[in-house]
Design a protein around this ligand. Structure first.
Ligand SMILES: [Zn+2]
Length: 236
């Protein structure tokens, strides 16, 4: 496994002064999916093609959290890049990626935090370009700070997900709470960009990941033939 989030995680681990101890970290983990070996997800990684790209800007320890779902995006969307966020520095590869002519970047963030002239609600890509969704992978408090303190993102249009789209999504996924994790937001963006199959695959993969993750913490076994696994099987 060498996708962008895996690389960022390895770099961040190498920089750690003290070892990062994830909850339940005594279980032996699979290096390729981060889950306990008994609940390995590697055989369930979907194989789909997406036209869109994703650029994850990850807050400090986000890449280290076993529950981080940016990792799942990188598993599904081939063109996923990941950068660690810092208030004082920016990796020069980030602005150059955003300036690449093949991409049309959107910063995904609630519109009420941005100047109205920056806010868009739909993905309308110019001919010859592909959409790239720049996502702030962090807690909500951290994300607001990142949004304010990243001047290199200031020129990007802000893609604000409409309440109707969000509630349709929650309804379809029978979500009880209001919070969408990073992978869910990415799935919604893929849908807006016309990458429906990749969006469905990411949703199905996220559900199976969550099941494996929670079961590994319990710990109890997962039923690999249940409905969630059946749905994901269509994308393998
Ligand atoms: Zn694995």
């Amino acid at each position: 496994m060498s996708h962008a989030v895996a690389k960022l995680r390895a770099e961040r681990l190498a920089r750690s002064v003290k070892p990062f101890l994830a909850r339940g970290s005594r279980a032996e983990r699979c290096l390729n999916c981060r889950l306990a070996r008994t609940h390995c997800l590697c055989a369930w990684r979907p194989q789909v093609v997406a036209n869109a790209g994703v650029c994850l800007l990850m807050h400090d320890v986000e890449a280290l959290k076993p529950s981080n779902t940016g990792w799942l995006i990188a598993d599904v969307v081939a063109e996923t890049s990941a950068f660690g966020w810092s208030r004082t520095e920016v990796d020069p590869q980030l602005p150059s990626l955003l300036a690449e002519p093949q991409w049309q970047p959107y910063l995904v963030f609630p519109g009420e935090y941005a100047a109205p002239e920056r806010v868009v609600n739909a993905v309308e890509v110019e001919a010859g370009k592909r959409p790239m969704f720049v996502m702030l992978d962090a807690t909500w408090t951290q994300a607001r700070k990142m949004f304010r303190k990243s001047p290199y993102l200031d020129q990007l249009p802000v893609l604000s997900l409409q309440p109707e789209a969000l509630s349709r999504y929650r309804l379809r996924r029978s979500k009880r709470d209001d919070h969408l994790c990073t992978a869910e937001v990415a799935a919604l963006c893929l849908e807006l960009a016309g990458d429906e199959r990749a969006a469905d695959a990411l949703n199905a993969y996220l559900d199976v990941f969550s099941e494996h993750y929670l079961a590994s913490k319990a710990p109890h076994a997962v039923d690999l033939s249940n409905a969630l696994h059946q749905r994901l099987r269509a994308f393998l």
